[in-house]
Design a protein. Structure first.
Length: 321
C-alpha cells in the first residue's frame, strides 16, 4: 500500500534539477531511486508528472506515493537540544550558533537533523525529519519542527501564506537614522554560488527593520520578514548599507569607532559569526489551532557584544573613549 508524502521544494533549491533536489527532501533515498520514482509518476511536482531534469523554482509542492518502508540514511546522534516546547505534533528548538540545520555536502553528521533523529526516532518517517524552515549555520535562535506528516503539511502551508511570524535581533555596522523597509528581490549571486544578491527578476523579498539601540558606530536592529529567502536579512541589510557585524560573506570588514577601547576592539574582532538571532516565533498550532508564541534570549556571545558596545557609549559620554 502506498503512503502519500508531501514536502515543499526549499527556496534555496531554485534553479536545480528536480532529481537533484529530492534527496535533501526525502532523507535516506538515493538520487537514482528517487529519479526512478519520478519517471514512473510516483513523485509529482505541483501535482504534475515531470521529467527528472525539470528545473525547480523553489516553493513548489512535491507529492510522493511511496511504496514500502522508509530507508534511514542519516544516523541519529546524541547532540544536545535546547527544546523550548514539545508536544505530540511539534517541537520548538532554540538552535545554537554553529549548528548546521540540514545535512549537505561536507556536513553529513553533527547537524540538527541528526540530533532530531536521536531525540525522536519516529521523525525518520517524516520528510527532512520534520524540518520546515532553516536558520543559517551561524545564526542562533528559534525553529519549529513538525513531528507528523499532517503537522508538517500544515506548517509548510502556513509558512507559504506568511502566517508564521518571525522576529530577529541583529547588530549592524553603521547607525541608521530610523527604521524602514527593504523591498528588493533576491537571487543567486551571478559569480559566487555561496552568496545571494539583490537582482532584478529575483524572488520577491521584504524585510522590515527598526532601530532598538544606537551605539557610536553600530546599532541593534529588530528585523521582521514578509518572506523567508536564503540569507535575506544579511543581504538586505548589507544592501541598505548596514551589514551585520561578523558577517564574512556580506560584510565590509571591521568597523571601529574613533578611540575605541581595547575591550570593544577585542569584542568586535572576536565576533566570528553574523550577529543575528531569531528571538521570536509565533504561529497557530498546526493541529489544535491554538495561538503559540515563543521567545529566546540571545546567546552569551551576542549579549557580551552588546555589553561592550554599551560600555563604549558610556565611556565616550564620560570623555574616556
Amino acid at each position: 500500500m502506498a503512503e502519500r508524502l508531501r514536502a515543499e521544494v526549499p527556496v534555496d533549491g531554485a534553479g536545480q534539477r528536480f532529481d537533484q533536489i529530492l534527496p535533501g527532501m526525502f532523507q535516506g533515498y538515493s538520487r537514482a531511486h528517487l529519479a526512478a520514482e519520478v519517471k514512473i509518476g510516483r513523485i509529482r511536482l505541483d501535482g504534475r508528472e515531470v521529467p527528472p531534469r525539470t528545473l525547480v523554482r523553489g516553493g513548489e509542492e512535491v507529492e510522493w506515493d511511496r511504496v514500502g518502508t522508509p530507508v534511514l540514511g542519516d544516523r541519529p546522534e546524541a547532540i544536545g537540544l535546547d527544546i523550548v516546547f514539545e508536544d505530540a505534533d511539534l517541537l520548538v528548538i532554540n538552535k545554537p550558533a554553529g549548528l548546521v540545520v540540514h545535512p549537505g555536502a561536507g556536513n553529513r553528521d553533527g547537524t540538527l537533523l541528526n540530533a532530531l533523529l536521536h531525540h525522536d526516532p519516529e521523525l525518520a518517517q517524516v520528510p527532512r525529519a520534520g524540518i520546515v524552515h532553516r536558520l543559517d549555520k551561524d545564526t542562533s535562535g528559534l525553529l519549529v519542527v513538525a513531528r507528523t506528516l499532517p503537522a508538517q503539511t500544515a506548517l509548510v502551508a502556513m509558512l507559504a501564506a506568511r502566517d508564521v511570524h518571525r522576529r530577529y535581533a541583529a547588530v549592524v555596522s553603521g547607525v541608521p537614522v530610523a527604521g524602514g523597509t527593504v523591498d528588493a528581490p533576491l537571487d543567486r549571486h551571478p559569480a559566487d554560488r555561496l552568496r545571494r544578491a539583490v537582482r532584478e527578476g529575483g524572488r520577491p523579498a521584504v524585510t522590515h527593520y527598526r532601530v532598538r539601540e544606537k551605539f557610536r558606530a553600530h546599532a541593534l536592529l529588530q528585523c521582521e520578514l514578509e518572506s523567508g529567502r536564503t540569507h535575506q536579512i544579511r543581504v538586505h541589510m548589507a544592501h541598505a548599507g548596514w551589514p551585520l557585524v561578523g558577517d564574512s560573506l556580506y560584510g565590509k570588514g571591521l568597523k571601529l569607532p574613533r578611540g575605541a577601547t581595547p575591550v570593544l576592539a577585542g569584542a568586535l574582532r572576536g565576533f566570528k559569526r553574523q550577529a543575528l538571532h531569531a528571538e521570536h516565533l509565533a504561529f497557530a498550532h498546526p493541529v489544535t489551532g491554538e495561538a503559540m508564541a515563543f521567545d529566546a534570549e540571545p546567546p552569551r556571545d551576542f549579549l557580551d557584544l552588546l555589553a561592550a558596545l554599551r560600555k563604549d557609549v558610556a565611556g565616550a559620554g564620560d570623555g574616556r573613549a
